[in-house]
Design a protein around this ligand. Structure first.
Ligand code: NAD
Length: 442
């Protein structure tokens, strides 16, 4: 098929590249001309394992193209995917400006029957709005062209995006039109070689809702476990043991019940807020979602509070090594990363930070921690430790899992670790002479 992907960010670039990999001809369009110019030269704007090589292969095979001009690619296109951002608006609802701008552009330029697929995360009812905007533009041009708007929310995880897209747990397709559902089935069939049972076709509104509910459920699990961790500390229980104790119940399971420093990233915070807002706009107070957010807002400061409990409120003259800045491992994405809140709190109290992250230093330095002066970025995890009063582990990158504790102890001024991701065996560390603070165990 000939596909146009509009918006070449995390979702659009991965989507376009994976469809090209399966033999489709794909044009990825973006209004950011610098991004498109870079992509044409093989410079990938994000860090995502495996993506660079796959982009290059498909560019070389002439199955993947980049453009700033939507009008050029819509001419002979079977499907146009909307994959632009839906950031949080001022009132917490999803800002649909970019999605509706794209809809208007599609209406202005489409010249033949088209399936428009919404991959962006959008509130229930957005497909109807997109349809309305396209229809209005067509009417302005005096054109009557058939089109269908499909909801096809994306569930990929940054850091595992390629494998999530190539081997999806499920693909959700919202459409009431049988022929359109069949075309979507054809597009996705190479991703489901054994059975198409995992392609779930439903009505548009349920598909739009599914994406928010999936993210809200995952955020709820995280906040639930963080709440439990805080209670464990107060009663002298060990959340690591409680986690295993409950996970072994097959009704609960082990996934997504790790305590930590709270969720971040570009999706969970904004999607929980948006779902709360959708409920509110429909006269319903989503109490549980309020609590999920409140717990998370508090959790982002737990590591900083532990540092303050240990060193006191005045942190002048103290230096802390920070391992990990991105909101989770495997990505350079710093959006809503707990590290931002922790580092700002500690530096406001006078501390100096020596930070190391395998991929996110550029993002942190240029954007998210730009206004923090008391921070040095270093190029290795051990360099960060030199003369530091303690180590703070904030993102569980694999390279932090099994460090050389001897060298860690030699480099730190005092052998203290604040672990915001519960990566280490507390008993072993105490035996090695460390003071080890973790989440959910005193
Ligand atoms: P992003 O910010 O990385 O990328 C969006 C891109 O759209 C940018 O490159 C921007 O320049 C481009 N754009 C904006 N307006 C445009 C226009 N009129 N024409 C062409 N391009 C335009 O966003 P993202 O992280 O890829 O997220 C996109 C959507 O997918 C969001 O709704 C998000 O919630 C959802 N989503 C994201 C993830 C994720 O892990 N990042 C996962 C699943 C779903």
């Amino acid at each position: 098929m000939n596909l146009t992907i509009i918006g070449t960010g995390y979702v659009g670039l991965v989507t376009g590249t994976c469809f090209a990999e399966m033999g489709n001809t794909v044009t990825c369009v973006d209004i950011d001309s610098k991004k498109i110019e870079n992509l044409r030269q093989g410079i990938i704007p994000i860090y995502e394992p495996g993506l660079e090589a796959m982009v290059q292969r498909n560019v070389d095979n002439r199955t993947l193209f980049f453009s700033t001009k939507l009008e050029d690619s819509l001419g002979d296109c079977d499907m146009a995917f909307i994959a632009v951002g839906t950031p949080m608006g001022e009132d917490g609802s999803a800002d649909l400006k970019y999605v509706l701008d794209v809809a208007a552009e599609i209406g202005r330029y489409m010249s033949q029957p088209l399936i428009i697929v919404d991959k962006s995360t959008v509130p229930v009812g957005t497909a109807d709005k997109v349809k309305e905007v396209i229809q209005q533009e067509l009417e302005k041009r005096g054109k009557d062209i058939e089109f269908h708007v499909v909801s096809n929310p994306e569930f990929l995880k940054e850091g595992d995006a390629i494998s999530d897209f190539m081997k999806p747990d499920r693909v959700v397709v919202g459409t009431e039109d049988k022929e359109t559902a069949e075309k979507m089935r054809q597009l996705y069939s190479p991703f489901f070689r054994s059975s198409m049972d995992r392609m779930l076709v439903m009505d548009v509104r349920s598909a739009e809702m599914t994406k928010y509910v999936a993210n809200a459920m995952l955020a709820t699990k995280i906040s639930f476990m963080n709440e439990v961790a805080n209670i464990c500390e107060l009663v002298g229980a060990d959340v690591n043991k409680v986690r295993i104790g409950i996970g072994s119940d097959s009704r609960i399971g082990y996934s997504f019940i790790y305590p930590g420093s709270g969720y971040g990233g570009s999706c969970f915070p904004k999607d929980v807020k948006a779902l709360k807002k959708i409920a509110e706009q429909n006269g319903y107070n989503a109490q549980l979602l309020h609590a999920v957010e409140d717990v998370n807002d508090r959790q982002k400061f737990v590591v900083a509070n532990k540092v303050i409990n240990h060193f006191g409120e005045n942190l002048k003259g103290k230096t802390f090594a920070v391992w990990g800045l991105s909101f989770k491992p495997g990505t350079d994405d710093m959006r809503e990363a707990p590290s931002i809140y922790i580092i700002k709190k500690l530096t406001n109290l006078g501390a100096k930070i020596k930070a190391y992250d395998p991929k996110a230093i550029h993002e942190a330095k240029e954007f998210y921690l730009k206004d923090v002066v008391n921070i040095d970025y270093v190029s290795s995890k051990y360099e960060a430790l030199k003369d530091a009063d303690a180590l703070l582990l904030l993102t569980e990158w694999k390279e932090f899992r099994s460090p050389d504790f001897k060298s860690l102890k030699e480099n730190l001024k005092t052998p203290i670790i604040f672990d915001g991701r519960n990566q280490y065996d507390g008993e072993r560390l105490e035996h090695l002479g460390f003071t080890y603070h973790q989440i959910g165990k005193e």
